[in-house]
Design a binder for this molecule. Structure first.
Ligand SMILES: Nc1ncnc2c1ncn2[C@@H]1O[C@H](COP(=O)(O)OP(=O)(O)OP(=O)(O)O)[C@@H](O)[C@H]1O
Ligand SMILES: [Mg+2]
Length: 228
């Protein structure tokens, strides 16, 4: 499903070039549950943006579903991001002054899902993400950080994407809620075959995946399949 070949990413700012990813290569098959882990600043979010076709590598090749992302039209890319990938960002990127329920329904509106189905799917996703029903009509800036996290997860799940990319999805959650969210990812992976890439700096959280790719200073340090 995912093939990275010698991916490099260089950020240029006014007087500085930083190489954030260095010859990164790996393959992720459909149905895998992979954690990408490494310390702060190691390049995890940068890599996730490339995997989600939100940013392009400076050099190297990225194939998604066998297609070279750099060769796809903007329309095709938009379609892939809308219909095939569920994103949970490190900063939740919720629309403020908009209800929880509407935030979760938004991807469905963009994907032209009929109105009667939207509500149904949004409710299901919120339940799966573990957000109590009494918060659903709150504005998304009038709930706690942990609750925002769950709204962001529900939004990522709502259009039933084949690939879920989650950047520190448990970062703002207490241990127990974090466990519920991780169990949700495991269930989506095992029962429904979603491919899941979980980005975390936390070794213990990474253990919930079946495979752990460790990056350090933009290099892949280890790539281990866990025996369960
Ligand atoms: N747009 C940008 N322009 C310049 N440098 C950037 C940009 N985005 C990230 N960086 C730098 O690239 C490096 C990797 O950043 P990245 O966000 O990928 O790290 P991370 O592993 O996700 O860290 P964290 O665990 O803190 O989220 C950091 O040194 C960061 O300062
Ligand atoms: Mg990050």
């Amino acid at each position: 499903m995912i093939q990275c070949l010698n991916i490099n990413k260089i950020y240029k700012t006014a007087n500085l070039e930083t190489q954030v990813l260095k010859n990164v290569s790996f393959t992720i098959n459909e149905g895998e549950f992979v954690a990408i882990t490494g310390p702060s600043g190691s390049g995890k979010s940068t890599l996730m943006h490339i995997l989600g076709a939100l940013d392009s590598p400076t050099s190297g090749q990225y194939l998604l579903g066998g297609e070279d992302v750099s060769q796809l039209s903007e329309d095709k890319l938009a379609h892939i991001r809308k219909n095939k990938i569920g994103f949970v960002f490190q900063a939740f990127n919720l629309l403020p002054r908009t209800t929880v329920l509407r935030n979760v329904m938004l991807p469905l509106i963009y994907a032209n899902i009929p109105e009667n189905e939207r509500l149904e799917k949004a409710k299901k996703a919120l339940l799966a993400a573990g957000l109590d029903e009494d918060r659903w009509l709150n504005l998304s800036n009038q709930i706690s950080g942990g609750q925002m996290q769950r709204v962001a997860i529900a939004r990522a799940l709502v259009n039933d994407p084949s690939l879920i990319l989650a950047d520190e999805p448990t970062g703002n959650l207490d241990t127990k809620t974090g466990e519920i969210v991780l169990a949700t990812f495991s269930r989506l992976n095992k029962e429904k075959g979603h491919t899941i890439i979980l980005i975390t700096h936390d070794q213990e959280i990474a253990q919930h995946a079946d495979r752990i790719i460790t990056i350090r200073d933009g290099n892949i340090l280890e790539d281990n399949t866990l025996s369960s």
